[in-house]
Design a protein around this ligand. Sequence first.
Ligand SMILES: CC(=O)SCCNC(=O)CCNC(=O)[C@H](O)C(C)(C)COP(=O)(O)OP(=O)(O)OC[C@H]1O[C@@H](n2cnc3c(N)ncnc32)[C@H](O)[C@@H]1OP(=O)(O)O
Ligand SMILES: N[C@@H](CCO)C(=O)O
Length: 389
Amino acid sequence: MAAQRALRTNNEADNPSSPVLQFGPDKPLKLDAGTVLSPFQVAYQTYGSLNDARSNAILVCHALTGDHHVASTNPVTGKPGWWEVLIGPGKIIDTNRFFVICSNVVGGCLGSTGPASTNPATGRPYGLDLPIITIRDMVRAQLMLVDHFGIEKLFCVLGGSMGGMQVLEWAASHSERVFSVLPIATGARHSSQNIAFHEVGRQAVMADPDWHGGKYLDFGRRPEKGLAVARMAAHITYLSEAALHRKFGRNLQDRDALTFGFDADFQIESYLRHQGMTFVDRFDANSYLYLTRAMDYFDLAADHGGRLADAFAGTKTRFCLVSFTSDWLFPTEESRSIVHALNAAGASVSFVEIETDRGHDAFLLDEPELFAAINGFIASAARARGLSL
Ligand SMILES: CC(=O)SCCNC(=O)CCNC(=O)[C@H](O)C(C)(C)COP(=O)(O)OP(=O)(O)OC[C@H]1O[C@@H](n2cnc3c(N)ncnc32)[C@H](O)[C@@H]1OP(=O)(O)O
Ligand SMILES: N[C@@H](CCO)C(=O)O
C-alpha cells in the first residue's frame, strides 16, 4: 500500500465552498460481474484530520440515494449534509477528533463513475452498458480510497440501509482493515419483499417512454415520471403506518372537501408527489436501477457457502448493530440473525433495538437513542483501540 505523503484533508465543514474531491486510481476496479471498470473515479469528502498514526479514520457509507456530502451542505440541493446532526466539530462523531471519509458509491450519479458517466469505448454515456455493480464492488473501490490515504486500519465503518450492507461487507471481506463497525437498519441479504419493491420501482422507470432502453441521455430526455413513481413507492417503505397516520391521517390537502377526481385530495398524496418530484431533480434513473440491483444481489451468507457465521469467522472486529422497531424494510429480525451469526463466530457484538414509529429512515433523523448508542460504542471502541483523543 503506497501511503500518500500529502494527505488531502478537505475540511468541507469549515469551507462549504470547497470543491468535491475525486479519486481516480491507476488500477482498474475488479467487478463481481467478471469484468473491470477502467478508468473509474470516486467522489468523496473528508472532515477533520488524520492523526500521525493514521488510526483515527472513520468511513461513513451512504444509503441508496445518498452521497458523500455527509457533514456539509449538499451543493446540488443546498440542504445540510445528510448526517450533519451526527458528524461535525464537537458532535457525536467529533471531527476535531476523528478523520471522517465519505465517498459516493460506484454506480451512483453524484460524482463517482456510474451509468451516466462517459463510456471510454464509445464516448457516450454508459447507460446499461455499465456492468452490474455489487455491494462488494463498491467496497473494493472504497478500499482503494482508504489505501490512497495510507490507512492500514479504519477505526470504524458505519452506515445505514445500503450503507449498512457495505459496512457488513467491509467486516466480512476486509476484517483486518476495520477495528469496529456499526451497521444500522440493514440486513445480511435483501429479502424477497424488498426485491419486490425494488422491481416495482425499476419497472416504473423502464415503462416511462422517456427511458429509451436506458439511452435517454442520447435523446436529451430523462424518465422523470417513472423515476418519481419509483421513489413514491419506495418512500412509503422508508416510513411506517403509525408515522403516516400521525403526520397525515386522512387529512385533506388545501381543501375542505373531496373533489371527486384524481387530484391530490389527501395530504399523503401531495406529500408523496413532492417526494417523487424532488427526487428526480437530484438523481439519475439508470443509477437507481443499478443501485437497487446492487442491494438485491447482496447476500452475505450465500457468498460464504450458505452459512452467515462463516462470513465472520475469526473476526477481531467489534460490532454494534442497531435496528428500529417500526422498520418493516429491515425489521429487527434481520439484525438479530446477524447477531446470532456473530455469536456463533465468537465475535464481539452488541445490539440495540430502538423504539420509534419513524420507520426505516429513522437513522437519518435526530434520534437521541441512536445517537446515544453510537456515542457509547465509539467511546468504548476508542478506549479499546487506545486512541488518545
Ligand atoms: C443515508 C443517506 O445517504 S441520505 C439519503 C438521501 N436522503 C433521503 O433519502 C431523505 C429522504 N427521506 C426523507 O425525506 C424522509 O422523509 C425522512 C424520514 C428522512 C425525513 O423525515 P422528516 O424530516 O420527518 O421530513 P418529512 O418526511 O416530513 O418530509 C419533509 C418534506 O415533505 C414536504 N411535505 C410535508 N408535507 C407535505 C404535503 N402535505 N404536501 C407536500 N409536501 C409536503 C415538506 O415540505 C418537506 O419538503 P422538503 O424536504 O423539500 O423541504
Ligand atoms: N431514504 C434513504 C434510505 C433508503 O434505504 C435513501 O434514499 O437513501
